[in-house]
Write a protein that binds this ligand. Sequence first.
Ligand code: URA
Length: 192
Amino acid sequence: MNWETLEQQCCSCHRCPLAETRHHVVFGAGPKNTPVLFVGEGPGQQEDLQGEPFVGPAGHLLDDMLSIIDLGRHNCYITNVVKCRPPQNRDPFQSERDACIPFLRGQFQLLRPKLLICLGRIAASSLIHEDYRITREHGQWVERGGVWMTAIYHPSALLRDPARRPEAFRDLLLIREKLQEVCPEFYASQQI
Ligand code: URA
């Protein structure tokens, strides 16, 4: 499987009912040779209209969060657990997550990231462990097969509840440290 085939398959997918209400499939965006992968929950309204991940209000905050770790959209890959918008931005059903997860697995296998950062509970429970408690476990690292994984509060949660921002800021500093430790050449090359 290559990126092109995976994206074509994803964009013509009808494995779950979200296909009926979507405007665009939001496959993901970013360089295909970056060691850093961010995974959100699913597209919101703006993402559905534009076909790009994190371009609405949560996306603007994500840009600020990326800048805290000296990253930007040009040097990390950003995608979601489900590639089509759940109506009214509800949580994606487990059946929808199950139908869509092969695309994320494919992206993961092609990208082979060294750092995987889950944005919020839905991504963390899909990728780290099923009963992930974001309030308790955010910022903790798990290493699996050479991939370092963590979860931080979803930018939408930080927009709703700014009191969580100091914790998110601390997690971001830990991510920057981990990036320097695990991908020193990548980190250094982005500083020029
Ligand atoms: N929220 C997400 O989880 N993903 C997006 O792409 C936008 C908002």
